[in-house]
Design a protein around this ligand. Structure first.
Ligand code: SF4
Length: 443
């Protein structure tokens, strides 16, 4: 063997077979523990994926662990080298155990869902997202990808004293403003981070406006008709006037460097249904200042309204979509009187007017990274380019969602969320990836 060859082979190292994270389960009363001898699994559609150190991250700060009621954990039996669905603690026969999932902090997108099977007569899971989790070196680990490092919704940066002091000041300044009062309730009672940021005077402030929506999303968090599912936010019960909206927006823009104000929040319907009052408010804001970014989070169902709002001074639009395949979109959004074509038309208007356009891409592993969705997304973005994809986790029962989506279209073997993102970066190198609405200085 030559010297060179020796050197080459000498550098080679045999990688040790990666160790499974330990499976996490919970007792009926919520006590979480790791199950010795069993590896943690993630679920992507109907594919199971083992969790290791290298496809998980330490549980992000602010994340929460959840026990999945009416469900059985799916785990990997390491000595038997097979997948098992457990109904009881293998070390304590008779003790019922349940799967444990993670609801991750903003900025993290789920790579795999928690692996479980439903028990008989299981109800819907509440409207959260459920990433896979396990126990590894350093503690609890979560199957997520970090997509945005900004600490916009980091609750540690929103101390209650600061929020309360902002509330007191603005109460005196705008005693009659009903939108200010609504946000006060959001910040102090519902704990909404966007409303807290408004009173502290940082980043992005919410401008909820609309009581109505023309979609009926399966996982709508502000209106639910599905028996067994309840919404976690209450819709605003009035429509603020243009002056009330402009006062709140101008207060925020006036004191926050690179401040963003956004229509379209969790506590309302779709802002396009209040397009007239919003247009009036945008005109009032822009009469006073050219600073600040006026953004709208929307289903983009009404291209005519979108055009009028851009003409009035709207800077950016973020469009919510669970899929770029029309049958999957329609199955989830259940549009009332509009079509997927209208959404695309609105997006094209934004681009034609040179405005910043983002997709709020509602992710569920197994659907979002299915080969069918990936191909459709590449084609869609070629025809309808966007500036940014905001990777958001779909807050909906993962198995029920998979079932609904397979009725709408084929879902093949998933590519993996990390590979999907890498593919997009390769095909669209200038398109951004993140989680929050950027200020116009960062468009
Ligand atoms: S678009 Fe928003 S408000 Fe309308 S149904 Fe869907 S989630 Fe609810």
């Amino acid at each position: 063997m030559t010297k060179n060859k020796k050197k080459k082979y000498g550098r080679r190292q045999v990688k040790p077979f990666p160790e499974y994270l330990k499976a996490l389960v919970a007792t009926e009363n919520g006590e979480v523990f790791e199950l010795e001898g069993y590896g943690a699994l993630g679920m992507s559609g109907n594919t199971l994926v083992p969790l290791f150190e290298n496809n998980t991250l330490l549980m992000p700060l602010g994340s929460e662990m959840m026990l999945l009621p009416d469900r059985k954990p799916r785990v990997f039996n390491i000595s038997k080298q097979c997948v098992e669905t457990l109904t009881e603690n293998p070390y304590l026969p008779g003790e019922k155990i349940f799967p444990v999932a993670m609801f991750n902090s903003p900025g993290y997108v789920n790579a795999y869902a928690c692996a479980y099977e439903e028990r008989n007569n299981a109800g819907y899971l509440p409207l959260f997202s459920y990433s896979a989790a396990g126990w590894g070196s350093g503690g609890f680990k979560s199957a997520v990808i970090h997509v945005d490092k900004e600490r916009r919704q980091d609750l540690r940066l929103m101390p209650l004293e600061k929020v309360q002091s902002g509330v007191n000041k603005l109460r005196k300044k705008y005693p009659e403003n009903r939108l200010r009062l609504h946000l006060e309730h959001c910040a102090l009672v519902s704990g909404c981070p966007a409303a807290k940021n408004f009173f502290i005077g940082r980043c992005e402030a919410p401008l909820p406006t609309s009581q109505q929506c023309n979609a009926r999303c399966l996982g709508c968090i502000s209106l639910q008709k599905t028996p067994g599912l309840s919404c976690c936010q209450e819709r605003i019960a009035f429509t603020p006037t243009a002056r009330e909206i402009a006062e709140v927006a101008l207060e925020h823009i006036g004191k926050v460097e690179q401040g963003v104000v956004s229509f379209g929040q969790g506590c309302e319907g779709d802002p396009l249904l209040s397009g007239d009052v919003i247009r009036e408010a945008i005109i009032l804001i822009r009469k006073s200042t050219h600073s600040g970014t006026i953004n709208m989070n929307t289903n983009a169902s009404l291209p005519g309204q979108v055009e009028r709002l851009f003409d009035a001074g709207l800077d950016s639009m973020r469009v919510s979509m669970n899929s770029v395949r029309e049958p999957c979109y329609t199955k989830y959004f259940r549009p009332q009187g509009y079509s997927f074509g209208n959404v695309v038309e609105s997006m094209d208007i934004a681009r034609a007017k040179g405005r910043f356009l983002a997709i709020n891409y509602l992710n569920c592993p197994g659907i979002t990274d299915s080969p069918q969705e990936v191909a459709a997304l590449l084609d869609f973005l070629t025809k309808h380019p966007v500036n940014l994809i905001q990777w958001r986790n779909l807050n909906y029962d993962p198995l029920r969602y998979y079932e609904a989506m397979t009725k709408a279209d084929d879902q093949g073997e998933p590519l993996g969320m990390d590979r999907l993102m890498a593919t997009l970066k390769k095909h669209f190198p200038t398109m951004k990836h993140g989680y929050f609405n950027p200020p116009k200085e960062r468009f």
